[in-house]
Design a protein around this ligand. Structure first.
Ligand code: CTP
Length: 395
């Protein structure tokens, strides 16, 4: 995934430096070439040998390291690497970078670095909220640095508040955002729905389906990494969206319809990958329905067809894409949906194997357009998400 990409990590003195070992390992698994520069203080928390073992490259600590080509190395790394992330970034190092001080390898390399620069602060809450630090961060933003806001939580110093280094996944996603794909969907607003809906019967029970949301989330995450502004309207799922995606949580088909209605107009592309219930209980019982000795039945009424609504109310140049889940006559039935719901494309998935459909990580998809049918290869949902976005881009 990251073959041919060189990532530079700057590590300063904070207990959260341990997280960067995991980040380096995650990057290595994606085949990145990783270089690490540590401040002297950082070596009190993590040994440089840890990074050397994880990355296979020398970890640089001091500009005046006699065992190394010290005088040119910071320029060489600044030229070689595609991105430079300082995480955790201490109060002190942020102050230095913001004020043009370059007195060690980490800060000197930053002074010479001209590509994407990311700073992820981590420190005690009072230090983080200190207006001097906030001014320095503002100054760095002004100079084009990306700042990753510290998270809230229990800090190593015993305080609870803002100042935590975000998770390794979040740091990795920021790196991936910048280096993984060209931003060919930049300035595109994309609305995606994903996951199942839940139709409540009473406070205890509901009707739902097996949708895991994996396909919709894969599309949302890939679209985001390709530079799009993504809004994701999601039913209850156990998959995660990348931070930066605007997630709107919903439960029922009606909630999803309302959320789509509120948001679709501002979007260039709308993708309905959610498994929306076609029927909902006609009456909701405020109290738990008690059993008796008889059988029972629940009267159901139709929900609104959200995709059909989108097809009928399409904005100029808006692209509407639907999904179709079938167990028989996949192409014919999906074609009918394409026409009936006035969409530009239907992604038809067959449910005929346990390697495709709801819970699987892989899928088999056929793309159906008015005058064209294209069978995509059997692949992971991640890869299929890329292919679906490529096809939408060409619509
Ligand atoms: N869909 C929708 N609103 C509904 C039901 C479905 O927007 N109330 C959308 C789905 O998100 C999907 C497409 O319509 O993009 C097709 O869904 P699918 O369940 O395959 O088909 P249905 O239209 O529900 O028809 P059927 O159940 O007869 O297959």
């Amino acid at each position: 995934m990251l073959k041919g990409k060189s990532i530079l990590l700057g590590v300063t003195g904070s207990i959260s430096a341990y997280k960067i070992c995991n980040l380096a390992s995650m990057l290595k698994k994606l085949h990145a070439d990783i270089h690490v520069i540590m401040t002297k203080n950082a070596t009190n928390f993590v040994n440089p040998i840890t990074f050397e073992t994880l990355t296979g490259n020398k970890c640089i600590v001091d500009t005046f390291d006699r065992d190394f080509e010290f005088n040119v190395e910071h320029i060489a790394l600044a030229k070689k690497c595609d991105i430079y992330m300082v995480a955790p970034a201490s109060y002190n190092v942020i102050g230095k970078i913001a004020n043009g001080i370059a007195d060690d390898m980490l800060t000197s390399t930053m002074a010479a670095f001209t590509k994407t620069r990311i700073i992820a602060p981590a420190m005690n809450t009072n230090m983080y909220e200190n207006p001097i630090l906030q001014d320095n961060l503002e100054k760095l933003r002004k100079y084009g640095f990306e700042i990753i806001d510290a998270s809230c939580g229990y800090l190593a110093c015993g305080d609870t508040g803002r100042g935590k280094l975000p998770s390794e996944e979040e740091l990795l996603n920021r790196i991936l955002y910048h280096v993984l794909y060209p931003h060919d969907l930049e300035n595109k607003n994309i609305l995606i729905t994903a996951g199942p809906t839940q139709e409540a019967i009473d406070p205890v029970r509901y009707i739902t389906n097996h949708s895991s949301g994996k396909m919709g989330y894969a599309i949302a995450n890939k679209a985001y990494l390709r530079g799009a502004n993504v809004t994701l309207i999601s039913g209850s799922v156990n998959v995660k969206a990348i931070k930066g995606i605007n997630v709107i949580d919903v439960k029922s088909a009606k909630d999803m319809y309302e959320a789509v209605k509120d948001n679709y107009k501002n979007n260039d592309i709308v993708i309905m990958s959610a498994a929306v219930a076609d029927y909902t209980p006609k009456d909701y019982s405020d109290n738990k329905i008690k059993k008796n000795d008889n059988d029972m039945s629940i009267e159901l009424e139709r929900t609104c067809d959200i995709l059909k609504f989108l097809g009928e109310n399409k904005k100029e140049n808006q692209i509407v894409v639907g999904f179709s889940m079938e167990t028989e006559n996949l192409v014919d039935n999906s074609k009918k949906k394409l026409i009936k719901k006035n969409c530009d494309m239907i992604c038809a998935n067959s449910l005929n194997s346990n390697k495709t459909g709801f819970k699987a990580d892989t899928n088999q998809i056929t793309l159906i357009k008015k005058n064209d049918i294209k069978e995509l290869p059997f692949d992971t949902k991640e890869n299929l998400a890329m292919m679906i976005l490529d096809e939408i881009k060409n619509l």
